[in-house]
Design a protein around this ligand. Sequence first.
Ligand code: ARG
Length: 459
Amino acid sequence: MAQLWGGRFTKETDKLVYNFNASISFDQKFYKEDINGSMAHVKMLGKVGILTEQEVEAILKTLQEILEEVESGKLEITDEYEDIHSFVEANLIDRLGDTGKKLHTGRSRNDQVALDMRLYTRNQVQEMDAELKKLLETILSIMKENTDTIMPGFTHLQKAQPITLAHHMGAYFEMFKRDRLRLHDIYERMNYCPLGSGALAGTTYPLDRDYTAELLGFYGPTLNSMDGVSDRDYLIEFLSALSTVMMHLSRFSEEVIIWNSNEYQFVEIDDAYSTGSSIMPQKKNPDIAELVRGKTGRVYGALMSILTTMKGIPLAYNKDMQEDKELSFDAMDTAKGCVALFNGMLATMRFNKDRMEKSASHGFTNATDAADYLVKHGVPFRDAHGIVGQIVLYCIDKGIAIDDMSLEELKAISPVFEEDIYDAISMETCVNTRCTIGAPSKASMEKVIAVCESYLAEN
Ligand code: ARG
């Protein structure tokens, strides 16, 4: 057991207590952030004259060695240390003796861990953003190829009105774009450096907090040391943003699962992204989409956990806050992995355009347009609605689409119909006359696609 704080104790820590208290098994994940933070701290101590140039150089060189040895596997992080901070400091002292003991001057593990977690999370925000960008690129390429691919749009999972695949994909483009915007917002708010907050009340050393903040790529130092050590809002915001990403992915997964079902067959998931059954040889299951949908709960769980952990903590640092790590790390890995896998699945998925179009044209998705036709010829909308209702009933009875009715049959229900009804209710007309911005017509989609393209080029 290597501890940093044995001085005032007369007894060894109970072994169970030691294990319960230790965080090395999970906070080793940010060894790099811990070492980088220490390097910035040491440079600053040198700049303000607390450490000599030689001391700074020796510590930096040794920290770099420790970093390289951990990365190459030469130096193993073991549970003989309480946490990653103790591991780094103990190894430094082993190698440098008294000089190493100066590293922790003007610093507490409270501001150290606040810094490490923030650095780690900041990096994760950027990695997630990059994964989302790749997903948006895939979605946009499907949009570009499918402005003419007609499919049914649904409400209540009932066929409603015809749309295009480009339009459907465009809805997800908007969702994941907002997810990225949320990440950018969070980054802006979180990018302030808590190092120098000390245990809770700053320190008596003349630390240059602007300098450490700058060295670590922050906009500046946090402005209250109590808040600096005990703020985990940024983590809550990030987990909330990840939960929203997962919610979007889960909805998308649900659609892929439906589209891939035997009944729909709108899509075929690539063999590389599907799995089989151990008993039923015919099966090709959408397991990736199901797992993404399933893992959503896990990410929500991490958000609920940290919210609950934080709600009763008096200022400033309390050990409860160590619980900010395990589930958060899991949620970050899970969400990032899900976006990457979903992207791979989507990029290789085949769209069965014929099935989609047939499904749209055989589901009365043009009933609204038939009613609108009557309205344009002077029939009040409520009456038109009733007339088309009768038509639909007639078609259901005969097992045909509205387009399959002869003009005589249509006229028997309403004499207003003329030959041009067929063109007015063709799938192409239904889609392409919906040409306000945001609607599925090819013309509006092309405008939106141009906006999406320039967004991705700039962001
Ligand atoms: N392992 C601790 C954490 O994750 C580090 C901070 C410890 N500070 C303390 N005063 N015990 O929060």
